[in-house]
Design a protein. Structure first.
Length: 324
């Protein structure tokens, strides 16, 4: 079969068009395939980066948690239970209801054995007790968690720099030296009840305790009823307060919320000293660098008090330290 020149040219032209179209579509397929491979590679790389970022984030979070997680924590409560103005059975019931603490200090204690019996009944053999031996029926008393602390010694501060801290009818400040069993750290719990009526003597007591603390190498936690009459609206205490905090030897752990810690009836159903604090928590030495939170514990119908309850509110202190 013979083809004319015209037919041959047409055939070659059509063949060239088919080859061109085939080449074009093949090129398009190759391009699409390469783009798909690149997209997969990019997605895989993105997943890898996300995984690495997640690992780094988790590691940082873990390290941050370790940095901020406290290595130790001490829960402490102080309460003036008002000797002569309460019913010990009522106070012991309220004390147990407040809950467990590592350390509890009571002032105004007429019958320490009553409180020790109640604590032992609620938490058998868990706590040790230290009794102050001055103040007549208005004594100091400290209990501590024996699983957490070892009692090293207890004593009273009789005299500092020629100042006698007990004029014969007051409470000698009680020093309880403990060792943290897990940390191996010694610490001092100082329980005080400074003079109520003798303002001059109270200021002398405060100044003497400041100088005593200045010379201690052990962290100190000082709790108690200081009778400093601190008015939190005026932000001012009496002369004893000024003496105690002078030179920054002591650091006051102020409550998260300023709340009256005591009630004094004026005869008309009102508090004679509103917006005033008598109870305080102070720290000295290395304890000034610990994290600290303090709060006044307010219970329903606690004020005004009656002849069975205390005219003072418990005050809570939480101390903690980080690993670094």
């Amino acid at each position: 079969m013979k083809f004319t020149l015209k037919q041959l040219i047409l055939f070659v032209t059509v063949a060239a068009m088919f080859i061109g179209l085939a080449t074009y579509f093949y090129a398009q397929l190759e391009t699409a395939r390469r783009m798909e491979l690149q997209a997969r590679a990019m997605a895989e790389a993105e997943r890898e980066r996300a995984l690495q970022a997640s690992l780094v984030s988790n590691s940082l979070a873990s390290n941050t948690k370790t940095l901020h997680e406290p290595r130790f924590m001490y829960s402490i409560l102080h309460w003036n239970i008002e000797s002569g103005g309460n019913d010990p059975a009522t106070i012991t019931q309220q004390l147990v209801q407040v809950g467990q603490y590592d350390i509890i200090g009571l002032s105004g204690v007429p019958q320490p054995e009553v409180y020790e019996k109640a604590i032992d009944k609620k938490w058998p053999l868990q706590y040790g007790f230290v009794r102050g031996d001055t103040g007549s029926s208005d004594r100091l008393w400290v209990m501590f968690n024996r699983e957490k602390f070892e009692l090293l010694e207890s004593s009273g501060i009789q005299e500092v720099g020629g100042v006698v801290l007990n004029g014969g009818k007051h409470c000698t400040p009680l020093v309880v030296r403990l060792k943290d069993r897990s940390e191996g750290r010694d610490l001092i719990v100082l329980q005080v009840h400074l003079s109520l009526e003798d303002a001059e003597f109270r200021a002398q007591q405060a100044g003497a305790l400041r100088e005593w603390a200045r010379n201690q190498a052990t962290p100190i936690i000082a709790i108690g009823d200081y009778n400093f009459d601190y008015n939190f609206r005026a932000q001012k205490g009496n002369a004893g307060f000024d003496e105690f905090i002078r030179d920054g030897v002591w650091k006051w752990i102020e409550p998260l919320e300023m709340i009256d810690t005591s009630w004094s009836e004026d005869g008309s159903g009102n508090d004679r000293f509103p917006d005033t604090m008598l109870e305080f928590n102070f720290v000295a030495g290395a304890a000034k660098h610990w994290q600290a939170k303090c709060r006044v514990i307010v219970r329903q119908d606690d004020f005004p008090d009656n002849d069975k309850t205390s005219a003072h509110r418990p005050v809570e202190l939480i101390l903690s330290g980080s690993p670094f």
